[in-house]
Design a protein around this ligand. Structure first.
Ligand code: 13P
Length: 335
């Protein structure tokens, strides 16, 4: 596949001050979020909710690409229009989650390995036909007693790199997502050390597997203290730790970095993205934006609550949260 077309897609994904919307929760993750609010966990309710998202007025002003899940890419509005068509009409590039989830890693207690390489060529060819132009694969690493081990980091990095190589061959831009989870009582410094190791390993594997850095997007965690850490550092410290690490680990030829939110509150996710732009505006070789799920969707989901009469207000909240992150990308957000 032409490198130029991968570069063009990646450039559009990172355009202006927009970001990506992760709406690719698997059936089980989506059901978990619904269950917490007592929303019925059925295919029809998942469809209704995704219809609410894709038909949100002005969404395209803040969102350049939306990551879908296999169920969602095949779904339509109540009027019978495919979601993917609506996105394309709005100029939002459709993307697709292609990993099949993280399972326990044999021989490595408390660690996970991501599945999904089987038949990936074939699945990507079908998704391309449906209109997807980028994909996502998430690896998860937990900071704990002796974890993550170098064995699990290497195995996850190798799989991310094979996935990325296969995507590029299929004309699809890979989003490479190695997530170091926020769970735990570790310090900001520990998160920085682990993320540094993970990113070096991932880029080494990407190089070994001949992935073109110009035709991929990195979706990393921010460097933050563990959720249970007693020292919760401010946005400036998070910004400094995160960007210093990326400047060491992420090649300048990577066109864009788009953060996951990982369980941060919507406000913190915006504030921290903003601080990175305020403090490093002219020092970053890559575009830096958001690819949040929870930090953009949560207020909208809570307002919707499974009820048709709440759709318009829920859509307003979705747009508002996405829009705030475009302001943060400009470094002009005030909490
Ligand atoms: P969160 O922003 O909720 O972490 O989700 C992003 C994502 O795509 C996880 O794979």
């Amino acid at each position: 596949m032409e490198l130029q077309s991968l570069k063009d897609i990646a450039k559009q994904m990172m355009a202006g001050n927009k970001g990506l919307l992760a709406m690719d929760e698997s059936v089980s993750t989506c059901n978990k979020r619904f269950a917490a609010l007592n929303i019925p966990q059925t295919e029809e309710y998942r469809r209704k909710y995704r219809e609410l998202i894709v038909t949100t007025p002005k969404l395209e002003e803040a969102i350049s690409g939306a990551i879908l899940f296999d169920e969602t890419i095949r779904q339509s509005t109540a009027d019978g229009k495919m979601f993917i068509e609506i996105l394309k009409e709005k100029g939002i590039i459709p993307g697709i989650k292609v990993d099949e989830g993280a399972i326990s890693m044999d021989g490595f207690p408390d660690e996970k390995i991501t599945e999904g390489l089987d038949n990936l060529h074939k699945r990507l060819a079908e998704y391309y036909k449906l209109g997807a132009r980028f994909a996502k694969w998430r690896a998860v690493m937990t900071i704990g007693n002796g974890t993550p081990t170098s064995g699990s980091i290497k195995a996850n990095a190798f799989l991310l790199a094979r996935y990325a190589a296969i995507c590029q061959e299929a004309g699809i831009v890979p989003i490479v997502e190695p997530e170091v989870l926020m769970d735990g009582s570790h310090s900001l410094k520990t998160c920085a050390d682990v993320t540094n190791e993970v990113l070096h390993t991932v880029f080494n594997q990407l190089y070994q597997q001949r992935v073109n850095f110009e035709g991929m997007i990195l979706k990393p965690n921010m460097i933050v203290p563990g959720l249970e850490s007693l020292q919760q550092d401010g946005a400036d410290a998070v910004a400094d730790a995160t960007i210093s690490c990326f400047l060491r680990c992420v090649p300048a030829s990577v066109p864009g970095i788009a953060f996951l939110s990982g369980g941060q509150s919507p406000e913190l996710a915006s504030e921290r993205l903003n601080a990175m732009h305020v403090r490093f505006r002219d020092k970053m070789p890559w575009a830096l934006t958001f690819s949040y799920s929870r930090a953009v969707q949560q207020p909208c989901l809570e307002k919707w609550d499974g009820k048709d009469e709440n759709v318009a207000e829920a859509q307003r909240l979705l747009y508002e949260r996405a829009h705030i992150n475009t302001i943060a990308r400009d470094g002009k957000y005030t909490p």
